[in-house]
Write a protein that binds this ligand. Sequence first.
Ligand code: GLC
Ligand code: GLC
Length: 821
Amino acid sequence: MQNPATETNEKFGYFDDENYEYVITTPYTPTPWINYLGNDGFYGLISNTAGGYCFYRDPKFRRLTRYRYNNVPVDNGGRYFYLKCDEQYWSATGLPVDTQLDEYSCRHGMGYSRFNASKNGIASEVTSFIPLDTKAEVHSLKLTNNTSETKTVDVFSFIEWCLWNAEDDGANFQRNLSTGEVEVAGSTIFHKTEYRERRNHYSFYSVNREVAGFETDRETFLGPYRGFDRPVAVESGVTKNSLARGWSPIASHHLKVELAPGESQSLVFVLGYCEVEPENKWSGLNVINKAPAEALSSRFDTDEKVAAELKKLNDYWFNLLSKFTVESPDDKFNRAVNIWNQYQNMVTFNLSRSASFYESGIGRGMGFRDSNQDTIGFAHMVPEKVKERILDLSATQKTDGSAYHQYQPLTKKGNANIGGNFNDDPMWMVLSTANYIKETGDFSILDEVVPFDSDLDNTATHFEHLNRAFNHVVNNLGPHGLPLIGRADWNDCLNLNCFSEDPNESYQTTQRGASDIAESVMIAGQFVLYGQEFVDLCKKIGKDELAASCLQHVELMRETVKQHAWDGAWFIRAYNAKGEKIGSNENTEGKIFIESQGFCAMAGIGLDDGKALQAMNSVEEHLSTDFGIMLNQPAYTSYDKYIGEITSYPPGYKENAGIFCHNNPWITISEAMLGRGEKAYEYYSKITPAFLQDVQDLHKTEPYVYSQMIAGADAEHPGEAKNSWLTGTAAWNYYAATQYILGIKPTYEGLSIDPCILPAWDNVKINREFRGARYEITLRNPQGISKGAISLTVDGQEIVGNVIDPIAYSGSHKIVATLSK
Ligand code: GLC
Ligand code: GLC
């Protein structure tokens, strides 16, 4: 097998920065390495062997195709293309047929994936994408005969229908083995399970050419007791035109493609979703109205149309990613900031924590805290969507300022099963809102009228929602004057009020602790940081009185932290329900935690008296490893019901002393605020995937996106990552890299420039679109320092201060920023 990666000494693949692609050179990556397709409601997850599934808006209730999580072999179910020629068959995407290919590669690009394979002189290229504003996956398959003889290739497509509700699909077999229904018309296979009843939607799989046959019944296609690796239809070359009734409906087209020597031909497959008005559902007795499907598939019935749609998608991404670009002396940094980190940010915008290869898509909706934090990663790319997202979140806030922990994307309603009472939730909305306004200058978001708890009869301005969020903290203080933690704060697993002894109950949804005195120092830091942000916002819109009274609460909290949460060399983490310290030198395990160090330092607590610096030194001494910064140390070694789920994890994993990447940038930012550029960069690069090429075997997950967790020092394999893609790590690292390392920070007044870089970086170029203008910024560092005073010229003219006032400029401008001691 040809492996171009050997040149670059990379075992599984390499970056192709020019094309914004990662090229995977073997089907056998340590875990499936996936990509996301889709931008606007219709999404697909696709691995390097085409495994995965697609869904419309809600991965639980509107899942089109079946995928088997936790199966053997892994990565089971996808959009497969079986090719057969001269009695041998293989997979155009590397698997599920295990036939060794002569060539294989998978290029994951921005919103598309391309699979190249070749076997015995027959080359194939599958390009998979979801066009803009389209509820369909398009898979174009190009075949080329590189032999000197005419060849006939039998092509078999394959997908398996999910019976819509993904949870029911994997559990309620007594019903669902009897409900499956399909129709076939020409070259289109329609999936209409439950369409006879309450569903006004169906899906279809079409190909733009006459078929030689088809199958829609899984067992007929596979043959009894066979897997996807050797379907009997493919092996025998015979299709029986089966019509599925119940059992497991699938869609497989059989085509015969005759190719002269040197000839190429292509086929376009469309896997689409249609909604139909209830009165137009049928075109005859039990015959579905196919017009919407025909209209959809006809948009892609020629190669030219497909190419034009792909071009539109490429332009869309190019445009989005060009709003911020950097050219630093470090290619890895550039690649992360310019391409993959921004791309991952958009995926977290679309999916929150709902559907990945680790999130089954049936559990969680959109998280309140997660979604608010995520917006700091893409406010510069899709500001209008950020506004809508923030207002959706705001509408799930309750009148007392608390928030539902999650909401469902389909209804946008707060999820009552999970409820609220995670007391860090409310203040994240101050972060997202302030960041949005600083990016756009659009204060009108504050005046939008938004319901509480989705109740249209109970509304207030979004500003008032923020005010309630602020007061929710003020109204829920504990015995030391620190914020009550509620069910948990940012750390979902620090459950100080739960006391669970019942293995059947969820840590996330139970709460005991009538006394409710447990307090969080992380929320205290968060309140000082975003409380100050709220004060600034009030001042900005002329609410000076409110600003003054809020400031008193903020200042009081700052003092309270110093008085009750300083442990001598770091900030404690919490007080438990018995009033004892957590995260203190007095404890034997869990003596120090990362979250309170990061949040107190970012809030500026102890910047004046050395506490912040000391806390950072303690982080380095106790928590830092080669693979990132651990969440706590020492790890908890046994279950303690007064501390909660965190102690349920074996040492070194997840929240129990794992490297929980989301919080590492809080330290990067704190170091940058302290002016320690080398430390900031070190922490940034330790967890940033572009820097981890050499440890891919160990790291295991995709080398182009952040993972939620990397195993800590106590684990069996420190450095091994899990839970890639959907993590707040993406937004926070982007924020740290752009606003704190590069120091390009939107403020109410304009774009401020205040970097904290490696002393060795003498020259950095940045392109930044900001409020309608485009700035080409050259950062000069002649004295080789990290942080210092900034002098600015705009188009050759010196200006005072380090903020570019957007009112003064539109169009394109050249900025030179010079750093000096
Ligand atoms: C997960 C959750 C997030 C939480 C974090 C730490 O990433 O999505 O809300 O803050 O875990 O527990
Ligand atoms: C578990 C995970 C945590 C996540 C939470 C909510 O507790 O450890 O990371 O935030 O579940 O789903």
